[in-house]
Design a protein around this ligand. Structure first.
Ligand code: FAD
Length: 497
């Protein structure tokens, strides 16, 4: 049993985004104390999607000393300021969930309270008028701002991203074995002892990281960890993905367009567009979904449409014995808010913080699992919110979503916002107050009250305060270049990778 044995050899199974993110991070940060080996099979393709991200990825890139210009040029990436949600509340009504906080908050109360009082005083500008990210997205503009005051993330090509990370991992000393895992050997305590490849090679390790995708080769097939299913709350179970040639300049946001049995994504990169439809197979067949997607995209197809089946939920433990699951092997929440790559990053960060160099201890394992669980449950609730809080009843899918029971944690958050206009988030939450506020308002939940501090300001001052923020946003916007011009200047896609 490994219990008190020092962990020196880390074996990663899988060379998708999760595998190479883990290999690059572990080799770069702990490479002097451990050896990192990654096994990937040329015969088993990666999932090949996963192209929109959230801002904390920039933090991982800082830890890995990644040069942003080189990275964006290599992955042919573009900028993401947020997501445009189209037809979610009602057909033909859109709103944005943008990174960053709209307006100006005070320590006593967030900006929405002042905005709500402004509405009472006849100032009916949408919340997005107070957000530089929203206005820049609407006008297709971007520039890096001082003090990171314009929040952004990336759109990237998943295949190039894995390649980019592989370069970093190998430079930092990680080794790669090409081969297909055919057997996993356990010791007398059911810890993983070694992995056998089709070639007959045996790879031993102290700690195994399962990045084998949906199949969960180690965490599930070998260790039978179990799975918590959330499909009653998130009923979409299939996606069809296809890449197309660009027919216009890339916009600096992801589009999420609701359809009668799911929603469609559009992710513009520098050299092409990633498209897909996420849907519930109870309400639309694969053939009809494919047809619907193809009818709603522009540009010549670059790839054949690919159907991906999934089951929403998470492993009962992300870290079980001497195996940590990352990426799709650990569970999956659909891509509506681009959270999967972020959760891989969070898993890696935690593993490094709790790294069991002197042996695997229950306290580390329990803490890791608890933190992952809290973080993921909050992501889950946030995604359910988009489906449940809708006026749409035009299809059986939307009727189901609108009428389904939701987790008490989400119920409570919606109740608080409805009754008081307030949102509070806890530690480990990816989505801050401003995200919840934008989506709740965008989906049509208008609070009945606002914080009394908004009444402390004389009416004329409040109207001026709001007008000044809008003017400042517009002034800054005027000085910004277009997204396309900025990409060409800063990180034009390279052709040589
Ligand atoms: P995979 O990419 O499936 O890689 C699995 C690896 O395991 C491969 O290298 C394979 O060769 C290897 N392997 C498997 N079996 C064996 C074996 N027997 N022997 C050896 N090797 C083996 N995330 C986001 O953050 N943003 C998004 O916009 C987003 N969109 C998505 C859209 C869809 C439709 C889906 C399904 C997912 C999306 N995701 C998104 C999630 C994202 O794609 C994944 O989190 C990410 O790609 C990581 O995948 P992975 O590395 O875990 O698995």
């Amino acid at each position: 049993m490994i219990g008190d044995r020092a962990v020196r050899n880390v074996v990663i199974v899988g060379g998708g985004t999760a595998g190479w993110m883990a290999a690059a991070s572990l080799a770069k940060i702990l490479g002097k104390s451990i050896s990192v080996t990654l096994i990937e099979s040329d015969e088993i393709v990666t999932v090949g999607v996963g192209e929109a991200t959230v801002p904390p990825l920039i933090q991982l890139h800082c830890y890995l000393e990644i040069n942003e210009q080189e990275f964006l040029a290599f992955v042919k990436g573009s900028i993401k300021l947020g997501i445009s949600f189209e037809n979610w509340k009602n057909i033909n009504e859109n709103y944005g969930h943008m990174f960053g906080k709209p307006g100006k908050s005070t320590w006593a109360a967030d900006f929405q309270h002042f905005w709500l009082r402004g509405k009472e005083l006849g100032v009916h500008n949408p919340l997005s008028d107070y957000s530089l990210e929203s206005k820049a997205a609407q006008h297709n503009k971007f520039i890096h701002m001082p003090n990171a005051s314009l929040n952004y993330a990336y759109h990237l090509d998943a295949g190039f991203y894995a390649k980019f990370l592989r370069n970093i991992a190998e430079k930092a000393g990680a080794s790669r074995i090409e081969g297909t895992v055919v057997n996993v050997a356990l010791d007398e305590d059911d810890y993983i002892k070694s992995i056998e490849l089709a070639s007959g090679q045996i790879v031993e390790g102290d700690l195994f990281i399962d990045c084998s995708g949906f199949r969960g080769l180690l965490i599930e097939q070998a260790l039978h960890t179990g799975y918590e299913d959330w499909s009653h709350w998130l009923p979409c179970d299939t996606a069809v993905a296809v890449q197309t040639e660009s027919v216009r300049d890339p916009v600096p946001y992801t589009r999420a367009i609701a359809h009668p049995a799911g929603w469609q994504w559009q992710i513009p990169l520098q050299h092409r567009v990633g498209n897909g439809l996420v849907y519930c197979s109870r309400y639309i067949s694969d053939d009809d979904a494919k047809k619907l997607l193809l009818e709603n995209i522009d540009g010549r197809l670059i790839t054949e449409p690919k159907i991906i089946k999934y089951r929403t939920g998470q492993r009962l433990k992300h870290w079980n014995k001497n195996c940590v699951a990352l990426g799709l092997a650990s569970g999956f929440i659909e891509p509506l808010e681009s959270t999967s790559i972020h959760l891989i990053f969070r898993g890696i960060l935690r593993l490094i913080q709790m790294f069991p160099s002197a042996g695997i201890r229950a306290c580390d394992v329990d803490e890791y699992n608890e933190q992952m669980k809290v973080e993921i449950l909050n992501v889950r609730d946030f995604i359910i919110l988009h489906y449940h809080l809708t006026n749409r009843t035009d299809s059986p899918f939307w009727q189901y979503c609108k009428n389904m029971e939701i987790p008490e944690s989400l119920e409570q958050r919606m109740r608080m916002f409805r009754e008081t206009g307030k949102v509070f988030v806890k530690s480990y939450e990816l989505f801050f107050e401003s995200s919840w506020i934008q989506v709740m308002l965008g989906q049509g939940l208008i609070p009945e009250n606002y914080h009394p501090v908004a009444n402390e300001m004389p009416a004329d001052d409040l109207v001026k305060f709001l007008a000044d923020i809008r003017a400042q946003v517009n002034q800054t916007l005027q000085k910004m270049p277009t997204h396309k011009d900025y990409l060409d200047f800063y990180c034009k896609a390279t052709d040589w990778n």
